[in-house]
Design a protein around this ligand. Structure first.
Ligand code: CO
Length: 433
């Protein structure tokens, strides 16, 4: 099926990215293959016309850009934004605890996952650990367990007779700790957990100080459906949009653009974006300003450049599921494999307005990509994206778009193969236009 290869690329990217820290590492490797140069925020910058660069803030947000040879005043910035994080479970600081003969790991809820989907899955751990190295310097490294390390076994129906009528309800404090091991006489839970981290990372347990550890699903992504027209994986919201943005940028023709092209991929969207590396922070404004300064663009010209700029905020949208018709506005059903959705919310949970919507629709037409229009039911609260935040901070016109997705915030989400291809094509059109 058309787009199959691109989706395989996406599934491979997700396999390599069991946490936002790993996602940024994977993107960095992809950019390196196209001769992108890493910039440090603490250094002085000198940018070449047509140069390819990226900046990482705190390991889990990344901005990649091509410094177009034409002046910023003339072209503005062409920006695609998305987020690297996904809702789920994160390991608590004093995580390992003994309970009735079992060793469990305490977790905290990150964002708004569908908790019931975390039961009976082949879970493991990945993220970042921070430690003191031999020189006494504090440093961080990524860590990933490949084996199935953890599980949240469901309660048998015999003890939860109404589960099919009432759904699976999990107490967020007492019923989420994950089972790691049987407790033995010799084990002291915290040091046992530290020894696991030591074995996996090669770093002395005493030197490991703190961590950012994500619970991930070890099951690989897959195609499904009679014609392999669908695919399923974890973290599709929003690694699918990150992947589409990067794929759109990494095209030799696009990379020779006259304009300055930007992919801004932020952590912390699922918890409100308010952090030094979130879309509500200074990361994107800082980097755009630094690009302008390196080009000796004055304050007025920078403001003129922003006025000419555009942001596509790409995040997944709610695909219509025919078993649950009551959950959708009947006039705004978006269908899998019928193209990206332009998301509209007059309360500005989405940044789209009629002009930006029309501009996106126009790029779709130029790229021969179908598009759909999405509006949430009035009697249900609507989610949001980085779109309204980034657009408000910078005063840049923006549109919110996203591919149809089933089961948003489940540990196993699904989407359509054609749509991924469509999204990459329209993003290329935007960058090339
Ligand atoms: Co999202």
């Amino acid at each position: 099926m058309k787009g199959g290869q691109q989706v395989q690329g996406l599934l491979d990217f997700i396999d390599a990215s069991p946490s936002p820290w790993h996602a940024v590492k994977s993107i960095e490797a992809r950019l390196a293959a196209f001769q992108f140069i890493k910039l440090e925020e603490a250094d002085k910058w000198a940018l070449d016309a047509g140069g390819r660069y990226y900046v990482i803030r705190d390991d889990s947000s990344i901005i990649a850009f091509v410094a177009g040879p034409k002046s910023l005043v003339e072209t503005g910035f062409k920006i695609i934004g998305a987020h690297t994080d996904s809702p789920g479970l994160r390991v608590k600081p004093n995580a390992a605890n003994a309970m009735d003969g079992y060793l469990r790991l305490g977790v905290e809820i990150y964002g708004g996952p569908i908790l019931a989907t975390f039961t009976d899955r082949d879970l493991s751990l990945a993220g970042r650990i921070t430690y003191k190295n031999d020189q006494g310097t504090i440093t961080s490294t990524l860590i990933r367990f490949d084996n199935v390390l953890l599980r949240l076994p469901n309660l048998a129906i015999h003890m939860n007779r109404n589960v099919n009528e009432e759904g699976l309800k999990l107490n967020k404090q007492s019923e989420l700790p994950l089972i790691l091991s049987l407790l033995t006489q010799e084990q002291v839970p915290p040091s046992y957990f530290a020894s696991l981290l030591e074995k996996q990372s090669g770093i002395n347990a005493e030197c490991i100080l703190f961590w950012d550890l994500n619970i991930y699903d070890t099951q690989k992504g897959t195609f499904w459906g009679a014609e392999n027209e669908f695919y399923a994986d974890s973290q599709l919201d929003n690694l699918a949009s990150c992947h589409a943005a990067i794929e759109a940028l990494l095209d030799e023709l696009i990379l020779k653009s006259d304009s300055t092209l930007v992919c801004a991929l932020f952590d912390h969207e699922e918890v409100g974006s308010e952090s030094n590396k979130g879309a509500h922070g200074s990361f994107l404004p800082d980097i755009l300003q630094r690009i302008a300064l390196a080009n000796e663009t004055g304050r007025e010209d920078f403001a003129r450049a922003l006025a000419k700029s555009f942001i596509i905020s790409a995040d997944m949208a709610h695909a219509y599921q025919p078993n649950f018709p009551y959950a959708y506005d009947p006039d705004h059903k978006i269908i899998v494999n019928q193209g990206p959705a332009i998301k509209v919310n007059v309360s500005q949970r989405y940044s789209s307005e009629s002009v930006s919507e029309a501009m996106f629709a126009n790029w779709c037409e130029q790229a021969e990509v179908p598009y759909q229009r999405y509006s949430h039911r009035n009697d249900l609260p609507c989610g949001s994206t980085i779109g309204p935040i980034a657009s408000a901070k910078l005063g840049i016109r923006s549109v919110d778009v996203g591919n149809p997705l089933w089961a948003m915030h489940s540990i196993r989400e699904s989407a359509g193969v054609l749509d991924h291809n469509y999204m990459i094509r329209v993003m290329k059109r935007f960058f090339a236009g």
